[in-house]
Write a protein that binds this ligand. Structure first.
Ligand SMILES: Cc1cc2nc3c(=O)[nH]c(=O)nc-3n(C[C@H](O)[C@H](O)[C@H](O)COP(=O)(O)OP(=O)(O)OC[C@H]3O[C@@H](n4cnc5c(N)ncnc54)[C@H](O)[C@@H]3O)c2cc1C
Length: 345
């Protein structure tokens, strides 16, 4: 059997490694940090289908996770509506989820090299290399610039009005999602254009800065876990060009806007799709370029279609003028929730 190498030990990389190792395939994951670790993420998973859960054998990984059924949306601290989600979502922290996946992948026989630091893919990383390094980064020189900032922290002592709360602020939104151990994850995505850096360097300050003052005050009464405070700047909400011979999975194919809560499911789905062609490659049943081509076709049609629709909707949740219109429409009984959910999940 040919060995496989996976750069990036997040959801796509670890679940793929676990699936390959379970088939006896030698696989190594290179991850720049150590587990467990906190990660900027809303920590609710929507649209993860039964067939992906079964193919990746994720059942035990989600043990103790919460099942979310209801959501409440707010516009500048004003309740817009409460609703049943089109499909139940899973609530589990990345601290627990990624660490469980890593431990289980090791038990299956995968080698996981933690704390490797940043490894850059080079042309010689061609055949047998999978890129699962997550959302690409932008620099000040790219057309998008270092525009998107993500902030998150876990809180105890916060009562949510529904399983999931979504708060629309000025060029920003924040999500509250109940996770294990009675905690609530608060996560925010912010367009830094128009928000000076000094005003957004902590979650509470950022909430104030984007007009979510009641939410910021509510969190002041709760206890934040200081170790869970993390931020990520310079995320690219564009689709990267796939170069070289590597196979890309999850966010490295392009990140779906976070409001959908579907990025993690897409990462798992891309890993599930990659299993069969990579097993075929490893066992010599096909060559690398055949395995890669079969995946490119599948990934571009399903993955990119959902991302395209979600990116069309994203400005409506962020731009002050559009937010008002979208929020009003979303609150109305004729709002096509199921249709939009179907297009983006
Ligand atoms: C603000 C925000 C909120 C979100 N909320 C949600 C949500 O509620 N629900 C949802 O489903 N999705 C959400 N997402 C998206 C979700 O986090 C991603 O879609 C998901 O993590 C993608 O998984 P992945 O395996 O592709 O990448 P990741 O989980 O990001 O894993 C990539 C891994 O690669 C490692 N790595 C990166 N570069 C290198 C390198 N060069 N060398 C070695 N290691 C490297 C990283 O350390 C990381 O562990 C959110 C995203 C953001 C930004």
């Amino acid at each position: 059997l040919k060995a496989l190498h996976i750069l990036g030990g997040g959801l796509a990389g670890l679940s793929l490694a676990r699936g390959l190792a379970a088939q006896g395939i030698p696989v190594t994951v290179y991850e720049k940090i150590h587990y467990p670790r906190h990660k900027v993420c809303g920590e609710f998973i929507t649209g993860l289908d039964r067939s992906t859960i079964d193919r990746l054998e994720l059942g035990s990984i989600f043990k103790g996770a919460l099942i979310h059924k209801r959501t409440a949306w707010y516009f500048r601290d004003q309740l817009l509506f409460r609703r049943t989600l089109p499909a139940p979502a899973i609530g589990l922290s990345r601290w627990t989820l990624d660490a469980r996946l890593a431990a289980s992948a090791r038990e299956c026989g995968a080698e996981i090299r933690e704390g490797t630091g940043v490894i850059q893919l080079a042309p010689e990383h061609g055949e047998s290399w999978v890129c699962a390094t997550g959302v690409p980064r932008t620099s000040g020189r790219s057309s998008e610039g270092p525009r998107w900032l993500g902030l998150k922290a876990h809180f105890s002592g916060v009562q949510t009005t529904e399983d999931l709360e979504l708060h629309l602020g000025v060029r920003a939104y924040a999500g509250l999602s109940a996770i294990e151990n009675g905690r609530v994850n608060v996560c925010m995505l912010l367009d830094t254009r128009g928000h000076p850096a000094a005003e957004v360097h902590s979650l509470e300050k950022a909430l104030h800065s984007v007009g979510l003052i009641a939410l910021a005050e509510r969190l002041k009464m709760a206890q934040a876990d200081p170790a869970s405070r993390v931020a990520t700047a310079g995320m690219a909400l564009t689709t990267p060009r796939q170069v070289g011979k590597v196979i890309a999975l999850g966010d490295s194919l392009g990140m779906i806007p976070p409001f959908t809560g579907h990025g993690m499911a897409l990462a798992f789905k891309s890993a599930a799709r990659a299993l069969k062609p990579l097993i075929a490659y490893s066992s010599g049943a096909c060559d690398w370029s055949t395995a890669r081509q079969s995946l490119l076709g599948q990934n571009t049609t399903t993955h990119n279609r959902r991302i395209r629709y979600a990116r069309l909707l994203h400005p409506l949740l962020l731009l002050p003028g559009w937010q008002r219109v979208a929020a009003g429409f979303a609150a109305s009984p004729v709002f096509p929730w199921r249709l939009l959910y179907g297009l983006t999940h």
